[in-house]
Design a protein around this ligand. Structure first.
Ligand code: AMP
Length: 305
């Protein structure tokens, strides 16, 4: 089964304490679509300007990514720039130029309207709602968000939460949204806002998955070399959604979601090993499966009776 993914497609400039690179392929939908395309066909919905390099479009096309929902319009592509601190866990946004994104109205090709799996990658909640308005009856809808929208579009975000099956957000955003310091309480409070499942990302410390009376904690892959954490969360969401769509069960179960968050974590771990999507370009499914097995070995232990 295919997964519909909507979000930003960007040209990023990223600075870490040791390197800086400009005009990189980025954006929440780019990372998510490439992550999901390891598992299944992706219907990508987004917008770029006429300055967007053809090589990037060709790259999407070389993966299992359908581009009928990609709008290419006169003007400049969305640009974002960020700078990381020494711990590579915290970053400052240096600039955001919305450009063609300012007037973006996601418009679904007719054939996308009945996609069973949907990933609303990080964009304004109003646009995420607008995409759902055009869908028939998706089986499983996942949404990602960020601190900006909790600050400036909370009402629209709360409206969205009533319409999605799963919300993905990071630990500080969960605390911001709920006013809780405990992530366990925050996960429960977010579930009460609408989504049946919540995945809380904790950067290099893994993620927590919440369902009704069920809980799963997934570590992060221990990496020696992290070059650029940009897009880790989006790649995680894409891998998770892609795996769920590829298993195509009548109903998504918690068992499946546990595997999905591990696959998402595997893809995110590869993503941060290089800038932009460079590391994901160089790996294939056997690499993903190998790291998935390592996750299992690293976290398995026997209960002593
Ligand atoms: P992450 O590291 O998961 O927070 O995602 C970083 C990506 O999000 C970058 O490639 C940016 O282009 C994109 N991004 C940054 N700010 C926004 C925004 N306000 N709306 C949509 N995408 C954004």
């Amino acid at each position: 089964m295919s997964v519909l993914i909507v979000g930003s497609i960007a040209l990023d400039t990223v600075k870490t304490p040791v390197e800086e690179h400009a005009d990189l392929l980025g954006g929440s939908a780019s990372y998510a679509a490439v992550g999901a395309s390891f598992f299944t066909d992706v219907n990508l919905v987004g917008i770029v300007g006429d300055d967007f390099p053809k090589a990037h479009i060709d790259y999407f096309g070389s993966r299992r990514i359908d581009l009928a929902g990609l709008q290419i319009v006169p003007g400049k592509t969305f640009r974002w720039s960020g700078e990381y601190h020494w711990d590579l866990n915290t970053r400052e946004t240096r600039s955001v130029d919305l450009n063609v994104f300012e007037h973006f109205e996601p418009k679904l090709p007719a054939s996308y309207a009945n996609s069973p799996y949907v990933l609303l990658a990080n964009i304004a909640p109003a646009l995420q709602n607008h995409v759902l308005d055009q869908m028939q009856k998706p089986r499983f809808v996942i949404a990602d968000t960020m601190d900006l929208w909790i600050n400036i579009a909370k009402d629209e975000l709360l409206k969205l939460l009533k319409r999605v099956d799963m919300l993905i957000l990071n630990d500080s955003e969960a605390r911001q949204l709920t006013g809780e310091t405990s992530l366990i309480k925050a996960g429960g409070k977010i579930r009460a806002m609408g989504p049946k499942y919540v995945a809380l990302k904790k950067g290099e410390h893994g993620c927590l998955l919440f369902g009704e009376d069920v809980f799963f904690s997934c570590g992060a892959y221990p990496l020696e070399d992290i070059h650029d954490p940009t897009g880790a969360g989006d790649t995680f969401a894409g891998g998770l959604a892609g795996y769920l769509a590829s298993s195509n069960q009548a109903e998504v179960t918690f068992e499946q979601l546990r595997k999905a968050v591990v696959y998402g974590s595997v893809l995110a771990s590869y993503n941060v090993e290089a800038f932009s999507l460079e590391r994901l370009r160089g790996i294939s499914m056997p690499d993903v499966e190998q790291r998935y097995k390592m996750f299992k070995l690293m976290s398995h232990f026997e209960v002593i009776e």
